[in-house]
Write a protein of this length. Structure first.
Length: 222
């Protein structure tokens, strides 16, 4: 499937079958992670066959079942890292979707297992993404209207409409969708509104928008 199809098929999945990730898929994920880390400066890591992180009360509270594989997103401690984590994290999410796997962003309902991944001096674990064979494909969620999150109009160019459409399919913390996209000609300004994890959400939104609009159609406002 292409990335647009992956965006439309992706839903958050919290319950997983007791099936290992196939070796070829695992190697593909590791290769993509290596490329992302080179490009982003993050230290994204795939953790397999590790059930401890999702074995406690918080995971039960979050309705997570059977999670043994996850991607740990580690990076240098910095106040401006949230957007990059969202952007590159969603890149690996959609890559996994293209492989026929399921995922879910997890901010709080897991416990850290230090021996499962590496955190170098000056780094921290920011968030994890569960990954594996879901018991189901997840469900669509309620969404705001395009006019609530952007200055789109009936006369807007198709690339902007398509970008906003896919931005609305971006996973955001508690489905808050606290972002706004404003077009002026071929310049688009994306901003995070007040909300928890909204800056990380903005990175996810921007990646989705780029897929829908096509990077050749516009430029982000600096």
């Amino acid at each position: 499937m292409n990335l647009t199809e992956a965006v439309k098929l992706r839903h958050s999945v919290r319950q997983y079958k007791d099936i290992p990730i196939e070796e070829d898929k695992k190697q593909a994920i590791l290769s993509e992670i290596e490329e992302i880390n080179r490009e982003s400066g993050l230290s994204m890591q795939l953790v397999c066959d590790e059930p401890k992180a999702f074995s406690g009360f918080m995971a039960h509270y979050g309705n997570f079942v059977g999670v043994k594989n996850y991607i740990a997103i580690v990076g240098k401690k910095a106040s401006d890292l949230s957007e990059a984590i969202g952007y590159y994290g969603e890149r690996i999410v959609l890559f996994c979707q293209q492989l026929g796997l399921h995922t879910c962003w997890v901010a709080l309902t897991y416990k850290k297992v230090p021996e499962a991944f590496k955190v170098e001096k000056g780094e921290k674990l920011y968030i994890v993404i569960s990954v594996g064979h879901g018991r189901n494909r997840g469900l669509p969620r309620r969404s705001k209207k395009a006019e609530e999150v952007s200055n789109v109009t009936p006369d807007s160019p198709e690339w902007f409409k398509n970008g906003v459409e896919l931005a609305l399919l971006a996973p955001t913390a508690t489905n808050q969708q606290k972002f706004y996209l404003e077009r002026k000609g071929n310049i688009v300004k994306a901003r995070a509104l007040a909300g928890f994890y909204s800056k990380m959400d903005l990175g996810i939104v921007k990646y989705h928008f780029e897929i829908g609009a096509g990077c050749e159609s516009f430029e982000w406002e600096k």
